[in-house]
Write a new protein. Structure first.
Lengths: 504, 115
């Protein structure tokens, strides 16, 4: 029994239940949120340590032997994702202390946050395709409630699109699971991977794999299925936006990485070429959409879409270097994107708006905040020596090695346009003078210490430090990504770890 | 029997898509409900219909004799129904709140967050 494999699911679930029990005491819920996410991070690091030494960690739930019961499996990719979940969870829990409106806290913000983290962790760790569906739904239901908490008009309108498209994608996922079960008669991912190879009718497998691609593509916000994301991510309060931005779409990306390296590798020429163009168009449409926006969080939302393209590009090329790049990109992106959303929350706290035209003059009053913005913003655009440079460098290099020059050109162009968007935010929010129609700038101009500032700034500084660390000491991170990619490219190891050595 | 059920599944999917493409949010949710039922029925049909052979082990035996119905799809459907129930309950409350806040049930009037 490997306790560290169960803890990342168990900790948020327990914390969520406890928070419900402590419904009346918001203060205790707040302490619990920080404590539980810290424990989650520690459990994630423990899990990563074990995967480094053991390779794969497998636990059979209820001691039912592997193809029959549900298994939890952690390889290096899953462990990386769990650690990132812990980091983001902790950052969001700290940030929520200062930024969550009291009405949200008394209406169950913290229990929902824990439930969301449990769903995310479960989706990363499960080795059973139907169980993956269940964790997706746990995560979705928590995200629905978080998205609509507050009940403003924009939230309702965004939520209708978010809920509809995510439920639609779940229905496709469920149908695909059913069809796959009809063909192979098993739900265990390793067992499916083994049996899929001996199916007489590979065409049917490709059809089912495309259903999975559509379903996970919606959840990952890939082209042409991303419209729900920029319509909804800017509507809830900022800590929720940041949590979604960091984790939710990446669960879809993770699911794509999992099934298209482990299960559906029988027709790489078709499925992965399709993914390649999806990736290229995702990058391009995302960044062009961002160029047309003048609202802080909407710009960032469109950039989530464009960055998803780079991760899918890593998967689509399906070479060792490309997968390393994809995994590296996920690590870099989760940290940087959450950080940018948190910073948009701080400027909102100072000036009370997300519209670029109502913002300005922050650099003059808060030079350190401007610097804190520049670190993730330049990292997102891929300026050395920050984390984004290495992530983009590996992906683009892998694209060139695969002789996909057009896609490489798109990737580089998108990097340039990302820089344009970031400079737009920099010029509008930080550099330009405070617009004259902004009457209430007292919080920006006052020198009085803001009592909640430490809770806002600590996660921002911490995440910026992570970005710098990945950029300046990239080698250990690269080795982690390399291990993850090597495991992804050799599905037989996964199958052996779950089903116990000899193929049945 | 399987052909008939396949047709029913197809009709359900078609009906749900049609409902979801209409402008009223109430019809949107009806479409989602039909969609989840269609997916459940699909699982049921695609894993094989076996009549009159429940997967029960007799008292004096260790395993079932002969071909029996696969119980797993039914467990899957049961789980999926429970999940769909909770999610759709949320969706119903959501459209009610949305109707109160926005003051219309027309999806074409709910474009403020799109542009």
């Amino acid at each position: 029994m490997n306790l560290e494999l169960v803890l990342p699911i168990l900790i948020p679930l327990t914390a969520g239940a406890l928070s419900l029990a402590l419904w009346r005491s918001v203060r205790l819920q707040r302490y619990l949120a920080v404590l539980a996410t810290l424990l989650l991070l520690i459990a994630g690091l423990w899990l990563m340590d074990t995967t480094l030494t053991q390779g794969f960690v497998v636990v059979e739930m209820g001691n039912w032997p592997a193809p029959f019961g549900i298994v939890l499996v952690a390889d290096m990719l899953a462990a990386i994702m769990i650690v990132l979940t812990g980091i983001i969870g902790l950052a969001i829990a700290l940030y929520s202390l200062a930024s969550t409106p009291p009405g949200h806290e008394t209406f169950g913000y913290y229990p929902l946050m824990h439930l969301l983290l449990a769903g995310v962790a479960g989706a990363f760790l499960t080795g059973d395709i139907f169980n993956l569906f269940v964790w997706f739904e746990v995560m979705l239901l928590a995200s629905f409630a978080l998205l609509t908490l507050g009940g403003e008009r924009a939230q309702m309108e965004g939520a209708i699109k978010y809920v509809t498209l995510n439920l639609f994608s779940s229905a496709i996922f469920l149908s695909a699971v059913g069809l796959l079960y009809g063909m192979v008669g098993t739900l265990n991912l390793a067992d499916i991977a083994q049996k899929v190879r001996s199916i007489d009718d590979p065409g049917m497998i490709t059809v089912v794999s495309l259903m999975f691609m559509v379903s996970f593509g919606i959840k990952a916000a890939a082209f042409p299925l991303f419209f729900w994301l920029p319509a909804s991510y800017h509507t809830p309060q900022v800590a929720v936006s940041a949590l979604f931005a960091g984790l939710l779409t990446k669960v879809g990306v993770y699911a794509l990485f999992r099934v298209f390296t482990l299960v559906f590798t029988q027709d790489v020429g078709y499925t992965h070429t399709l993914l390649l163009w999806v990736a290229a168009l995702t990058m391009l449409t995302g960044v062009l959409g961002a160029a047309a926006q003048f609202e802080f969080r909407r710009i960032l939302s469109f950039h989530i879409v464009s960055q998803i393209g780079y991760m899918l590009l890593g998967l689509a090329l399906f070479t060792p270097l490309a997968l390393i790049g994809g995994v590296f990109y996920i690590m870099h992106h989760i940290i940087v994107k959450t950080n940018l959303f948190l910073i948009s929350g701080i400027t909102f706290r100072l000036l009370g708006s997300y519209q670029l035209k109502d913002l300005g003059g922050v650099y003059r009053q808060r030079p350190w905040l401007a610097l804190l913005f520049l670190i993730p913003a330049l990292s997102l655009a891929g300026i050395p020596p920050l984390s984004g440079f290495f992530a983009k460098f590996i992906v683009v290099r892998a694209t060139l090695e695969a002789n996909e020059y057009l896609v490489a050109a798109i990737a580089l162009l998108v990097g340039l346009l990302t820089l344009y968007s970031m400079i737009k935010i920099w010029a509008e929010v930080f550099w330009k003078k405070l617009p004259e129609h902004v009457t209430d700038a007292s919080r920006l101009n006052s020198d009085v210490k803001d009592s909640g500032a430490w809770a806002c700034y600590t996660p921002v500084v911490g995440l910026a430090a992570c970005t710098l660390a990945i950029g300046l000491y990239g080698q250990p991170i690269y080795v982690l990504a390399e291990t993850a990619a090597a495991q992804l490219l050799d599905p037989q190891r996964y199958i052996n770890a779950v089903l116990g050595g000899a193929p049945q | 029997m399987a052909t008939l059920m396949a047709l029913v599944v197809g009709i359900l999917f078609a009906a749900s898509i049609y409902m979801m493409l209409r402008r009223s949010i109430v019809k949107l949710v009806i479409g989602l409900i039909i969609l989840s039922n269609a997916a459940n029925l699909l699982i049921f049909v695609v894993s094989g219909l076996t009549r009159g052979a429940p997967p029960l082990i007799p008292d004096n035996a260790k395993a079932v004799a002969g071909a029996v119905a696969d119980p797993l799809p039914q467990a899957l459907i049961l789980t999926a129904i429970v999940i769909a129930f909770s999610v759709l309950a949320f969706a119903v409350v959501l459209i009610r709140r949305a109707y109160e806040v926005v003051g219309t049930d027309d999806l074409d009037q709910m474009k403020d967050t799109d542009t």
